[in-house]
Design a binder for this molecule. Structure first.
Ligand code: SAM
Length: 194
């Protein structure tokens, strides 16, 4: 048995595969190039639903392209608007929401369009309200870019203060790597009514 420690991005998918079930409703709060949306869609299947959000048309188009290239079944609803609109759009209980924070990766993308805690935190709070018991919110924090440290600090500060009677909160990061290795925060809800 060889234990292989997974980078945050891979570990986020391991957590998703442990928690999310066929038929579930889930949220990709930052669609980007669509990798998380594609993965969530494959797990929730034809009876489930993925709500995906991104403020950039380019991200929505990249996600659409990835989904159609992979013949993804029709269980994804793409929204070209910010995740601060989740409370208006998603009414079902969810088993998972994932936020990949930072900028849209790619050679030609605009790296100054980033996520900001003033909208990230209210969206996380909205997802917490929608979360089923044992459901999980996954936050993958990239923070090497200008503005990234501030968001990282705000998000960690928020997550650290969640009541341990109601939530289990994990912080996962390689601590001997250079160049700001991404941090994964996972918030699991312990009770139905919060
Ligand atoms: N998960 C994506 C993937 O698999 O490629 C990567 C996401 S990328 C790190 C962050 C994305 O968040 C960018 O595409 C950016 O446009 C988007 N974004 C920024 N502010 C947002 C907001 N308020 N609501 C939704 N998306 C936002």
């Amino acid at each position: 048995f060889i234990l292989k420690l997974q980078p945050s991005l891979y570990y986020s998918h391991t957590l998703i595969s442990d928690i999310v079930q066929p038929g579930d409703t889930v949220i990709d709060a930052t669609a980007g190039n669509g990798h998380d949306t594609k993965y969530l869609s494959s797990i929730v299947g034809k009876n489930g639903k993925v709500y995906s959000f991104d403020i950039q048309k380019e991200a929505i188009n990249n996600t659409k392209k990835l989904l159609s290239e992979n013949n993804i079944i029709d269980n994804v609803e793409l929204h070209n608007c910010g995740h601060e609109n989740i409370h208006r759009i998603v009414k079902d209980k969810i088993s998972c929401a994932i936020f990949n924070l930072g900028y849209l990766p790619g050679p030609t993308t605009n790296k100054t369009i980033i996520t900001h805690s003033k909208t990230t935190l209210p969206a996380i709070n909205d997802c917490i309200k929608l979360l089923k018991k044992d459901g999980i919110i996954i936050l993958v924090l990239y923070y090497g870019h200008p503005g990234g440290q501030e968001e990282k600090n705000d998000v960690i500060n928020f997550a650290e203060k969640l009541n341990q009677k109601l939530f289990t909160v994990l912080k996962y990061q390689f601590i001997n790597q250079i160049n700001e290795p991404p941090i994964l925060i996972a918030i699991q809800k312990k009770k139905d009514k919060i």
